[in-house]
Ligand binder design. Structure first.
Ligand SMILES: [Zn+2]
Ligand SMILES: [Zn+2]
Length: 762
């Protein structure tokens, strides 16, 4: 007989609200082990006792096959004296001993719950709020830890006897599922039309479905806020939504019920299929199929379509269960807000702010505590590339390569996401948005408070972008209360973010290409085409795109033809009337612009790569005026994919005598113009331009090979899948180790991660 052993196992990570204790209980029971499991504020503590091999087996199962939503960060074991006994118990008491446990993100409805929702014999048949320990809202309904019902917005719903029994039964799928409820005790659906007429439950639901089928616009309360929904197959419905939302040409995301429907509208490769149907259920950008039954106005001029699968039980009801009347198979699901405002998540606010946008409201009485937009990803070379990290991902921690003191990094002003960190963990907030109005600023304030509550981090250090006019930085200075506020250069932070993601501890310096639209440089210029030799402590600007004047600031961002004219002027190329941006620029504006460029009045020098993409897009007649950020580059990329460049190549000049080296686009622009005049298709010119930028990256990397073996690619320009693919291919062919973003976005939504490390490495 093998001697009995008793093992204490401390598990840290995401282990509360994910069915961890029932898993431990059933695993221990199956092995005939006695002992206990309890939560504490730092995770779960397990004691198991039994025969040695069984105890080992238990530990292996725990580590290798934990429940699907659990994230085991650390597992510490310790032999302790045996105490005997035959029972395994789940201890209910939660004791605080100063550690930290982690909240789970919101999780899409699981297949077990979906099955129950469709089963006429199940007591949760057609339940709009079905959930269990494996799925349901978490982040958006928890005020603070420890995670129990009292600290969620389900606190006001008393469980019925049946739900209470499931909740208390360690062998039940709903054991301690905090949002557990059923049609008898859970939240109630309510539909309201424009005239304030209200219908409840199934009657309300069918009114909402009828509104969609009739081409109306429905405000639907989801997990992280209100969506505006309409029939995506109807040009009329989409046109009305576009006008009301003041959306310009900006693409809308769509929702479908299943993978099969998605495959009928976009090209779904295997990694995209996995992302689409995973528990996070993000919006995945995929190439739109030529004859997809989706209105063109859903994403005008855009080669891609953002698609997500229904993720809340209410969504599946909205599409209809077997037996329901057929509704639209594809729905637009866009954030419930006016362009630029934060997403609506409170009912009163939704009724008021969406009153000019929606024809009806499908609401319920489970409150959303914090708003959380849908996440957006795309797949490049089989690997996921986050564009917006929000619902389903926040607040999962990101492991840091080096420990930091308790810190808050406020991020950037565009696509803001902040982060808190302590020790070797960072927690990025959900997507907050552009910090250009009071509403976003208050959303920022609420989100950082919530994030601190969920993580227990009490920041002793604040980190901000170096831009003197950023509202995020001003917020930090206002709220510092004597704590140090460290300033970090924008593009350095981009590179540090991708280094941190890849676990680099700062002992190796990288060659970083930080290409984006805009970021404040030390010399007060607008940077964005930067080659940096960097670690966390510092960075050296090895090369930059040659400065051109950005005349009049934002107006030149909105009108790419101005950037084209500015590039022509800076490179000594004439403004010939046959060039598309010249004819697109009204004569008065052209005169004023010329004057500005000659005198420098209202001009800021910029090395932005994003603006160079704008200029090329305008030069070949793709896009002269944009309605949303990066539209000119997005359309250029769309035309340039899967196009054969032929033998012709374009090449940048690099002046290596200068310090930093100056990347001169003049020969590229001259070639673009000459091809354009020769009638070469825009897609071919675009493909040659993308290849030239990729070649530039490879050439510089080769030249600097003695300095750095690792190449880091970051900044919003690397959301461009074609450029990223070409750059990766070229660099790998030359034997470089290349790091790109997988966990945080390459755009400004990922910058807080870099700020955390640089801000603490002085
Ligand atoms: Zn479930
Ligand atoms: Zn119930």
């Amino acid at each position: 007989m093998t001697p009995r052993r008793r093992l204490r196992i401390c598990v840290h990570g995401v282990v509360q609200g994910v069915g961890f204790r029932p898993f431990v209980y059933t695993t221990a029971a199956a092995l005939g082990l006695s002992g206990t499991v309890r939560n504490d504020s730092s995770g779960a503590i397990i004691e198991v006792e039994g025969d040695g091999p069984d105890v080992d087996d238990f530990l292996a199962r725990l580590v290798d096959h934990p429940p699907p939503l659990a994230v085991l960060e650390t597992v510490e074991t310790q032999m302790i004296p045996t105490v005997g006994g035959t029972e395994f118990t789940i201890a209910d008491t939660s004791r605080s001993d100063g550690g930290r446990t982690l909240a789970s993100p919101d999780v899409a409805m699981c297949t077990d719950c979906a099955t129950e929702q469709r089963d006429p014999c199940d007591r949760r048949y057609r339940h709009a709020f079905v959930n269990c320990t494996n799925c349901g809202p978490r982040f958006t309904i928890i005020a603070s830890l420890p995670y129990d019902r009292a600290s969620t917005t389900m606190a006001s719903f008393a469980m019925c006897a049946d739900c209470a029994r499931e909740y208390a039964d360690p062998t039940d799928r709903r054991f301690h599922a905090q949002p557990v409820c059923c049609p008898n005790c859970g939240p109630a659906l309510r539909y309201r039309d424009r005239d304030g007429r209200t219908a409840y439950g199934e009657v309300g639901l069918s009114s909402a479905r009828r509104l969609l089928a009739d081409g109306g616009i429905l405000a639907v309360k989801g997990i992280g806020g209100y969506h505006l929904a309409c029939d995506a197959t109807s040009e009329d419905a989409v046109a009305v939504l576009r006008t009301r939302k003041r959306r310009g040409d900006k693409p809308f995301a769509v929702m479908v019920t299943d993978l099969q429907t998605a495959c009928g509208i976009v090209e779904v490769d295997e990694p995209s299929a996995r992302l689409l149907s995973g528990q996070q259920r993000p919006i995945v950008l995929m190439p739109r199929l030529p004859h997809a039954p989706v209105a063109d106005s859903v994403a005008p001029h855009n080669p891609d379509l953002g698609v997500m699968l229904a993720y809340a039980p209410l969504h599946t009801l909205l599409f209809g269960l077997p037996g329901d009347e057929h509704g639209p198979p594809v729905l637009i699901m866009t954030s419930g807000n006016l362009a630029g405002e934060p997403i609506c998540f409170a009912d009163d606010d939704a009724l008021e702010r969406l009153s000019h946008l929606a024809d009806g409201w499908l609401m319920h009485d489970r409150a959303i505590l914090v708003p959380c937009d849908d996440s957006v990803l795309r797949v490049v070379d089989g690997v996921e590339l986050p564009i917006r990290r929000s619902r389903g991902y926040a607040p999962l921690p990101i492991a840091l390569p080096i420990p930091v003191p308790p810190t808050l990094a406020v991020g950037a002003d565009l696509k803001n996401a902040m982060a808190v960190a302590e020790g070797k963990y960072a927690w990025l907030s959900q997507h907050i948005g552009d910090m250009d109005d009071l509403a976003t600023l208050s959303a920022f304030d609420a989100a950082q408070h919530h994030l601190r509550e969920l993580t227990g981090v009490a920041p002793e250090v604040l980190v901000v972008d170096a831009h003197p006019l950023y509202r995020s930085a001003a917020w930090a200075h206002r709220n510092a209360g004597g704590r140090p506020v460290h300033t970090v250069q924008h593009h350095h932070a981009h590179i540090a973010a991708v280094m941190a993601e890849h676990g680099m501890d700062g002992s190796e310096r990288v060659l970083g290409f930080a290409f984006d639209g805009t970021g404040y440089g030390h010399d007060e210029a607008v940077w964005g085409g930067e080659v940096l030799f960097a670690d966390y402590k510092g960075c050296q600007r090895l090369a930059q795109l040659r400065y051109v004047p950005l005349a009049g600031g934002d107006i030149s961002v909105l009108r790419p033809y101005r950037m084209a004219l500015s590039q022509l002027w800076a490179n000594g190329l004439p403004w010939d009337a046959d060039l598309p941006p010249v004819s697109a620029c009204p004569a008065d504006e052209r005169r004023a612009l010329k004057h500005q460029l000659e005198t420098g009045f209202g001009c800021i020098p910029t090395s932005s790569m994003g603006r160079l993409f704008d200029a090329v897009s305008a030069l070949i007649g793709v896009r002269q005026v944009v309605a949303y950020e990066a539209q000119a580059a997005v359309e250029l990329e769309g035309l340039s994919r899967r196009v054969d460049c032929g033998a012709t190549t374009y090449a940048f000049d690099v002046d290596s005598d200068a310090s930093p080296s100056i990347i001169d686009p003049a020969p590229v622009l001259a070639a673009v113009i000459s091809d354009q005049r020769a009638g070469v298709a825009a897609g071919v010119i675009g493909a040659r331009f993308h290849q030239a930028v990729a070649d530039l990256i490879v050439d510089i990397a080769v030249k600097e090979r003695d300095r750095a073996q690792t190449i880091a690619l970051s900044g919003g320009v690397f959301q461009n899948a074609l450029l990223l693919q070409l750059s990766l291919k070229g660099l790998r062919n030359k034997g470089f180790h290349v790091i790109t973003h997988r966990r945080v976005p390459p755009n400004d939504g990922g910058i807080a991660l870099g700020q955390l490390l640089i801000g603490n490495s002085g």
